[in-house]
Design a binder for this molecule. Structure first.
Ligand code: TXA
Ligand code: MG
Length: 340
């Protein structure tokens, strides 16, 4: 059988019938079953502190291929390998001084480090998209780390949504996109951070911010003592990845950013209180009435899904400051608003 022929088209039994997706409770039995399925090469969604991940054994190319099939992701983009602790991550990549400082300061937590791959590393070529670097992350929630420790191998996991859709922050979101396409989802409740991890490349020279996320730029600068160039400052050199494509995290509705008033028939996503005309909106949700960016990040994807489900043609979004987690929130909103 050739390479492509061995990639299953979806989550099917041997006679070709689609299988239901098991919803596993996050108790000892559920974690064991999730670990067993992952070790057997199946695709299992699991909670992290940022968003739900679509996991597969990162050392097994056939298992990793099933992630791309389930997401209907058109291209093989590099994936993040998740590890239970920093020691396991150090075995997969070569960490320079900056990478060590960042790992010590922020792991476990919402930071991904892209580092040169170790010759003895176990993350397969397909998970790395053939690059000689590897993206590594030790997630902040204990449930994910317990699962990863049980599996005992790096687990590749992009966000557990269909390609190009809004990222999931609950098991219900995962099932809305992927029911019948994956073996199971481990239900650990709502993801508290709500936006994906910050991706920083430490590949020699000054570390570069590849994707803003749950660890703020200000936090990185405090630890490194220098500012980081990012894709925005250095567009010509930005590597292309799923989180870096213009149209991504896209609801069905059109998204209108920086709205200072609400127009007829629009749904509205508020931040820190009312906008002119929002009483006439089709639906209205406030990311954080108190204007708290952490609360806003945690609510972002669930509220976008909710407003999208109202069937409004346009979701108007109030201005959100660029400071702190605002950089990641605005990055996701700009992608949601990008032309498709
Ligand atoms: O919070 C998160 O990071 C979530 C949870 C599930 O952990 N995962 C996630 O994965 O967002 P994904 O696949 O959606 O995003 C991976 C990001 C992409 O922007 C990709 O381009 C980048 O990491 N990336 C991965 N490997 C890379 C590499 N070797 N070089 C440059 N960028 C890389
Ligand atoms: Mg994603």
């Amino acid at each position: 059988m050739n390479d492509l022929g061995s990639i299953p088209r979806s989550h099917h039994s041997s006679d070709g019938t689609p299988q239901p997706t098991f919803r596993l409770v996050a108790d000892a039995a559920g974690i064991s079953e999730a670990a067993r399925l992952l070790s057997a090469g199946a695709v299992v969604a699991f909670p992290t502190e940022t968003v739900y991940g679509l996991g597969a054994d990162a050392s097994d190319p056939a298992a990793v291929a099933r992630i791309f099939t389930a997401k209907a992701r058109p291209r093989f983009n590099p994936l993040i390998a998740h590890l239970p602790d920093p020691e396991a991550a150090l075995r997969e990549g070569v960490f320079d001084t900056a990478a060590r400082q960042l790992a010590a300061a922020f792991w476990p937590g919402p930071l991904t480090l892209v580092v040169p791959v170790r010759r003895t590393g176990t993350v397969c070529d397909l998970a790395r998209a053939g690059l000689d670097s590897v993206a590594l992350r030790v997630p902040g929630n204990a449930l994910a780390r317990e699962l990863l420790a049980r599996v005992g191998r790096p687990v590749a996991a992009p966000s557990a949504n269909r390609s190009g859709r809004v990222s999931p922050t609950s098991a219900a979101h995962v099932l809305a996109d992927l029911d019948g396409r994956i073996a199971a989802v481990l239900d650990g409740g709502s993801a508290p951070v709500g936006v994906e991890s910050t991706v920083v490349a430490c590949l020699g020279g000054v570390p570069r911010l590849l994707r803003p996320g749950g660890t703020t730029r200000a936090d990185l600068v405090r630890v490194l003592g220098i500012d980081l160039p990012g894709p925005a400052d250095d567009a010509a050199h930005a590597p292309v990845g799923p989180g870096l494509l213009a149209s991504h995290y896209a609801p069905r509705a059109q998204v209108r950013l920086g709205a200072t008033e609400v127009r007829e028939g629009e749904a509205v996503l508020l931040f820190g209180g009312a906008l002119t005309g929002d009483d006439a909106a089709l639906a209205s949700l406030d990311l954080s009435q108190a204007g708290d960016l952490g609360e806003a990040a945690a609510n972002l994807f669930a509220f976008l899904r909710h407003l999208d489900a109202t069937g409004a043609a346009i979701i108007a979004v109030a201005p959100i400051p660029e400071s702190g987690l605002g950089e990641a929130i605005n990055d996701r909103l700009r992608r949601a608003a990008a032309p498709r």
